[in-house]
Design a protein around this ligand. Structure first.
Ligand SMILES: [Zn+2]
Length: 231
C-alpha cells in the first residue's frame, strides 16, 4: 500500500481498533483539498469497510489528500449490530445542538452527546484535519443524501450510481453526523446509502454482494481524487 499511512487510532470498548488512513496528494505540500471517506457507522452495514479496504490497495496519486476510516464501528461489525458495544447508534451520538436523550432502541443516541469513543474519535479527526468534503457509506436505501454545501458532488455521485439525490431534510435525525458536520459546521457531507449486502428489514431492494459495489465506488473515488471543491 504505497503512499499510505495510519495517522490516528483509537481503541473501542471491546478492544478493537478504529483507524484513520491517509493517501497523500501527489503534491503533498499543496493538496487541492482534503476529503474524508468513512464506512460502517452501523455495524450491520458491512460494505463500507470492504470497499474502502479494497480501494486502499490501489496505487494512486491524487490531487486531493484522501483520508479514510474504513470502519468506525468495529465492535458492531463483529457483533452484526447497528449500534456499538454499548448499543449506541453512533449516527445519533454526535454533539449536534439537536442531540437528545432517547429510548434504548436501535436509534439510541447514548447517555450524553459524544459519549462514545468512536464518536469522540471522529469529532477529533474533523477538528484536526478539517476535511473539505466528507463521504460516508451506509446501507440499504440506494439514495445519495447530502447535508451542507454538497449539492454538486452529491449530484455527480447520484449520476455515477443511479441512486436518487435527496437533501436530508425528510425527518429529524438528532445527533446525526450530517447535522453535526453538514448543517452546523457547513462541511459538505454526502451520505451514500448503498443497497443491502446483508438481510435488512428496512431494505426495499434485494441483497447484493459487496464486490458488485466496487466498480461504482471506484468511479466515485476517481471523481473525488481530483475534485476541486474550492472552485
Ligand atoms: Zn447506516
Amino acid at each position: 500500500m504505497k503512499n499510505m499511512k495510519i495517522l490516528e487510532q483509537v481503541k473501542t470498548q471491546s478492544g478493537n481498533t478504529v483507524d484513520l488512513f491517509c493517501k497523500d496528494a501527489k503534491n503533498r505540500n499543496t493538496p487541492e483539498a482534503t476529503i474524508l471517506i468513512a464506512g460502517c457507522f452501523h455495524g450491520d452495514e458491512p460494505s463500507g469497510k470492504y470497499l474502502i479496504e479494497k480501494y486502499l490497495e490501489k496505487d494512486i496519486e491524487p490531487d486531493n489528500r484522501l483520508l479514510f476510516i474504513p470502519c468506525l464501528n468495529p465492535d458492531g461489525l463483529i457483533a452484526g449490530t447497528r449500534g456499538n458495544a454499548a448499543g449506541v447508534d453512533l449516527n445519533r451520538n454526535f454533539p449536534a445542538k439537536n442531540w437528545e436523550a432517547s429510548a434504548k432502541d436501535k436509534y439510541y443516541g447514548g447517555k450524553a452527546p459524544a459519549s462514545e469513543a468512536e464518536t469522540k474519535f471522529m469529532v477529533a479527526v474533523i477538528e484536526k484535519y478539517c476535511p473539505d468534503l466528507i463521504l460516508t457509506l451506509h446501507e440499504p436505501y440506494c439514495i445519495v443524501n447530502y447535508d451542507g454545501p454538497a449539492f454538486d458532488a452529491a449530484k455527480k455521485i447520484s449520476e455515477i450510481t443511479g441512486y436518487r439525490l435527496e437533501q436530508s431534510i425528510g425527518y429529524p435525525t438528532p445527533g446525526s453526523f450530517g447535522t453535526y458536520c453538514g448543517i452546523e459546521r457547513n462541511i459538505p457531507v454526502i451520505t451514500l446509502e448503498l443497497p443491502p449486502t446483508t438481510e435488512s428489514e428496512d431494505a426495499q431492494t434485494p441483497v447484493v454482494s459487496a464486490e458488485s459495489l466496487y466498480e461504482p465506488f471506484e468511479k466515485i473515488m476517481d471523481f473525488l481524487n481530483f475534485y476541486n471543491i474550492k472552485n
